[in-house]
Design a binder for this molecule. Structure first.
Ligand code: NAI
Length: 386
């Protein structure tokens, strides 16, 4: 198999998500890191890229230089990951899509609904792949939950209760730390803090598992650390377009909670429970029956099987979950090059349309919170008909 080439923008030395992408993209040997504009400080970015083994002429100082350097090369990168702060995602993603280069954009895809509509339309028009990194949907047992719902094991889903609450930003004395501060600064993070940062993962996961999208929502936002301009805690109720109700709590001041991403799904024939900190066990309780623990590796769906690498009982975790997004993208890119249809299971990766739905939900949650929780349409303007 021919390896694909990959570049990254942002994700420089010391960044939070950069190392996860580098390891995940390389994990299966599908992508080789070939180009990068890794840091807001050009020289730091070039130096780090060279230390990662990128050739000096592809260790760029900023993303515009990288676009100019890559767009006309015969061996240009097959995929670029955008892992910069939120407010920069739109112009970088748009520019690479316009050049026909496939993009995996970090979430939130953009800051405004208008920008998100434009990215979705640009991806459609150019034919370039635009994926959004809701990487937690790459866990084998999350994919298995989706398969169980789709094949009717739960019957009609009534409720999903999702939570993404951590305590890493709870120290008021450290609130000025620049790594944390941008997340609550509207100029850099956009309209929303914690809901856009983490809550949106939980909402996307509920959509992914239930196979439904947000129709309307009602939210309550709080800045528990008063100096923050954006919320650090939110409670959101969502009515989905297939009739499921989603209850969502997200917080960054939940001391004692670490990476608290959890989902429970309750259907008319049974319930499921999964927590990201214990990702290898899925709890399944049929109506009036006993609870069964489904171990990763013993889940009976092709979706879970494709996402699983090593034997039951050994941990895989977040790096493999993100690697599954890269593996999906590699399959789709290769299928295009070969002129064949991709494996349909690989087409479950989150797309620009999922990114657009998320941004619209963020906008709706901000508006709802400002109007004391008034129910607010959460559908993208371009997807409201029907
Ligand atoms: P961070 O602040 O730790 O790192 C940001 C990196 O981007 C730094 O290396 C910085 O020098 C670089 N950078 C900033 N502006 C740049 C520019 N214009 N050009 C090139 N490099 C630039 O931020 P973190 O936590 O890594 O977040 C980055 C993005 O990833 C955010 O959009 C965030 O929402 C997302 N994220 C996603 C996660 C997920 O689970 N999918 C988890 C954590 C972050």
């Amino acid at each position: 198999m021919t390896g694909l080439t990959w570049g990254m923008i942002g994700g420089g030395e010391g960044s939070q998500i950069g190392p996860v992408h580098r390891i995940s993209a390389a994990l299966d040997g599908l992508f080789t890191m070939t180009a990068g504009a890794l840091d807001i400080e050009p020289e730091k970015g070039r130096d780090f890229a060279r230390r990662l083994g990128i050739a000096p002429d592809r260790a760029y100082g900023d993303w515009r230089e990288m676009l100019a350097g890559e767009r006309d090369r015969p061996d240009r990168i097959d995929l670029v990951t955008v892992a910069t702060p939120n407010a920069t995602h739109y112009e970088i993603t748009k520019a690479f899509l316009e050049a026909g280069i496939n993009v995996l954009c970090e979430k939130p895809m953009t800051v405004t609904v208008e920008e998100a509509e434009d990215i979705a339309a640009t991806a459609r028009r150019t034919g370039a792949i635009c994926a959004v990194n809701y990487g937690y949907t790459g866990y084998p047992l999350v994919r298995h939950m989706r398969a169980m719902v789709a094949r009717g094991d739960l019957g009609k889903v009534r409720l999903a209760v999702v939570e993404f609450s951590h305590g890493f930003h709870a120290d008021a004395a450290d609130a000025d730390n620049p790594r944390m501060r941008w997340r609550y600064d509207p100029a850099l993070a956009g309209l929303s803090g914690q809901f856009a940062d983490c809550g949106i993962h939980a909402l996307h996961m509920a959509s992914f598992v239930c196979g439904e999208n947000a129709r309307e929502l009602s939210s309550d936002f709080v800045s528990a650390i008063a100096s923050r301009k954006l919320e650090d805690d939110a409670m959101v109720n969502v009515r989905m377009d297939g009739g499921t109700t989603v209850r969502l709590w997200t917080s960054s001041v939940a001391v004692g909670s670490f990476h608290g991403l959890n989902i429970r799904v309750f259907g008319e024939k049974g319930g499921l429970r999964w927590a990201q900190q214990w990702p290898d066990q899925l709890h399944w309780t049929p109506l009036n029956g006993r609870t069964e623990v489904i171990e990763r590796g013993s889940a009976d769906s092709p979706e879970a099987a494709r996402a699983t690498r090593i034997a039951t009982g050994h941990s895989e975790g977040m790096l493999v979950a993100f690697a599954n997004i890269y593996a999906d993208l590699a399959e789709v890119i290769r299928a295009r090059v070969a002129g064949r249809a991709p494996d349909p299971i690989a087409c479950h990766y989150p797309t620009a349309v999922d990114g657009l739905r998320s941004i619209t939900a963020i906008r709706a949650a901000v508006d709802s919170a400002a109007r004391s929780g008034a129910w607010t349409d959460a559908r993208p303007p371009s997807l409201r008909a029907g």
